[in-house]
Design a protein around this ligand. Structure first.
Ligand code: GLN
Length: 287
């Protein structure tokens, strides 16, 4: 860009082109990101950007935007620059201590909601809660449910607790625990988990947003299945009879996930597709 004052529209066009080139995104996605960064930099609503598209920007406004844009051009995910991401209609704070909530994970929330009664209490465990996305979405839609969210990262639990507080949700408790390790004997009706499941040698780990996310929330040993194995193996000790385990997995882990459940005599073993039509959530009922 030259030194003349830029208009809002001009600056957004320029940023869109630069994000497209630097981050390998389509133009539409790049424009959404440019608009999100601008709205954040200037503390305005996205609609303001349209109403004011011909406004000329002050140097301060331009600088506030350019500093965020240059972080994005270095590859940093927009969610970390903004410090927030929307998930299941909730605005959640996110930091580099937690995985950025994905739209695909809404499939898991929906699967749990389909099993969780709305008219009476039920007990739900969210394993590896991260930002709290799953637990807080469930807490919002099932106010009578008691939800326990665990993570082995205390930094992640701080983020999750803070999100619960900001959203005013009182039916979620948080415990520092490596999967079931600190839980003792507790009877849950449903266990939900979005564990790490990307194989260590997967090239996606060195691409895009994933480079900036906590690797312990993404990758798992044993071809990506080590944590899923532990979760399936430990679940019966913590579920009531007929209780549900529902977990997210990789697009190519449907067979392996179902096999783990069937080998242990789980009932109603099934898999759901995500928004892109890929197998994403498997589960069953406790034997
Ligand atoms: N779905 C994420 C991704 O592939 C991975 C999340 C996870 O490992 N739980 O980008």
């Amino acid at each position: 860009m030259n030194d003349e004052a830029a208009s809002v529209a001009g600056l957004l066009d320029d940023a869109t082109a630069r994000i497209t080139a630097a981050c390998g995104l389509g133009k539409r996605e790049a424009r959404i990101e440019a608009r999100a960064l601008a709205a954040y930099a200037w503390q305005v609503e996205p609609a303001w950007l349209i109403a004011h598209d011909t406004d000329l920007l002050t140097d301060t406004q331009s600088a506030a935007f350019q500093s965020r844009l240059s972080r994005r051009l270095e590859g940093e995910p927009v969610a970390y620059i903004l410090g927030e991401r929307e998930f299941f209609g909730l605005r959640l704070q996110v930091t580099p201590d937690v995985l950025i909530p994905r739209p695909d994970t809404e499939t898991l929330v929906q699967a749990v909601l389909d099993q969780a009664p709305a008219d009476r209490p039920c007990r739900i465990l969210d394993l590896g809660t991260g930002s709290g996305a799953i637990a807080l979405a469930l807490a919002t839609h099932r106010p009578l449910a008691q939800i326990l969210a665990v993570d082995r990262s205390s930094a992640a639990l701080d983020v999750a607790r803070n999100n619960a507080h900001r959203l005013g949700l009182k039916n979620v408790a948080f415990i520092l625990s490596d999967w079931y390790a600190q839980l003792g004997v507790r009877n849950f009706d449903i266990i939900a988990a979005n564990p790490p499941y990307i194989p260590k040698d997967d090239m996606h780990l060195s691409q895009g947003d994933l480079r900036f996310e906590p690797v312990e929330a993404l990758q798992s040993d044993d071809g990506g299945l080590a944590d899923i194995r532990r979760i399936v193996a430990g679940a019966p000790l913590h579920l009531s009879q007929g209780g549900w385990l529902l977990f997210e997995h990789g697009y190519d882990q449907e067979k392996a996930s179902q096999a783990l459940l069937r080998q242990a005599d789980w009932f109603q073993v099934h898999t759901r597709l995500d928004l892109s039509g890929l197998p994403r959530v498997s589960g069953g009922q406790c034997p």
